[in-house]
Write a protein that binds this ligand. Structure first.
Ligand code: F6P
Length: 326
């Protein structure tokens, strides 16, 4: 029999479509197990500011299809300080929480891990970020919706690129990770995909474009992850244009559009499953781990491991994307 009676749930870092589906799953699984469930607003900031609210089955009704997070989110700088964390711990005790579910990305798990290590408090993490860059899960909540948003936007841009015979540099999110760029780039048949994980050579890109031109390619799409080593889409476009001025060029930044919207079926189901499993994990005595899914199986990765290792972009996929774009 578990001694856990009351759990909290919060969302932290960049929001991701499917976070609401996950909150719903945590609340309803908790209630099923006769736990009290409390929502904490604004991520770790809410722990510091004591923004706790009792959740009921009804309070998470009609949210599975909604983007964003009903609990709001933040990137808390104060939580990184000793005073901030001590204040958060005081509120956790005052509210008699026995455990916490943190839905977020690697920055959130770093914060959660500090709390686990300092106060031995049980926290289970759920992989929620559009970046899909977490080690220990095949997919993170929000990634599928984000890449579908990207391909919808790029398909539309492709129409006008083709009509005007233009070359478009399109920037997608991913400060440190190229998963959004890589997968959406393949799906839209991009001429090139530039990601932070591999070195970008402007000259190689120009050679590729010249080759395309010789084959009478009248227009093109270059997908640039925002964290590419040669800069964002504006910067890369400028560097290319300096040496290769054949195409009429435009730049498009898709931006925060990628973070919003109704979650896809895949994200809703993934979020429901991870939320459900996070509560089961707490009841089974897990702490300081992230719940993920690898090859359809539930997996538990210690925070220390999930934040140290970055998920890797598959080299074969990079090669395939290149070959198919020729
Ligand atoms: O981590 C998710 C993410 O959307 C990244 O892809 C992006 O670099 C970053 O958040 C943007 O963060 P913010 O909304 O705080 O500017």
């Amino acid at each position: 029999m578990s001694s856990i009676k009351k759990i909290g749930v919060l969302t932290s870092g960049g929001d991701a479509p499917g976070m609401n589906a996950c909150i719903r799953a945590v609340v309803r699984t908790g209630i099923y197990h006769k736990l009290e469930v409390v929502g904490i607003y604004h991520g770790f900031e809410g722990l510091i500011n004591n923004e706790f609210e009792e959740m009921s089955s009804h309070s998470v009704a009609n949210i599975i299809q909604r983007g964003g997070t009903i609990l709001k989110t933040a990137r808390s700088e104060r939580f990184k300080t000793e005073e901030g964390m001590a204040q958060a711990w005081e509120n956790i005790q005052k509210n008699k929480l026995d455990a916490l579910v943190v839905i977020g990305g690697d920055g959130s798990f770093r914060g959660a891990n500090a709390l686990v290590e300092k106060y031995h408090f049980p926290i289970v993490g759920v992989a929620g970020t559009i970046d899909n860059d977490l080690y220990g899960t095949d997919f993170t909540i929000g990634y599928d919706t984000a890449i579908n948003t990207v391909i919808e936007a790029v398909d539309k841009i492709r129409d006008t690129a083709s009509s005007h015979s233009r070359l478009f540099f399109i920037e997608v999110m991913g400060r440190d990770a190229g998963f959004i760029a890589m997968r959406s780039g393949i799906a839209v048949g991009a001429e090139a995909i530039l990601i932070p994980e591999t070195k970008t050579h402007i000259q190689d890109l120009i050679s590729l474009l010249e080759k395309g031109r010789r084959k009478n390619k009248a227009s093109g799409i270059i997908i640039v992850a925002e964290g590419d080593d040669e800069g964002g889409a504006f910067e890369v476009a400028r560097k290319v244009k300096e040496k290769f001025d054949f195409y009429d060029t435009r730049v498009s930044i898709i931006g925060h559009l990628q973070r919003g919207g109704s979650p896809s079926c895949m994200d809703r189901v993934l979020a429901s499953r991870l939320g459900y499993e996070s509560v089961n994990a707490i009841l089974d005595g897990y702490k300081g781990v992230m719940v993920g899914i690898i090859n359809k199986e539930v997996s538990f990765i210690p925070f220390v491991k999930s934040v140290k290792h970055h998920a890797e972009v598959d080299k074969d996929i990079i090669k395939m994307a290149h070959i198919l774009s020729l």
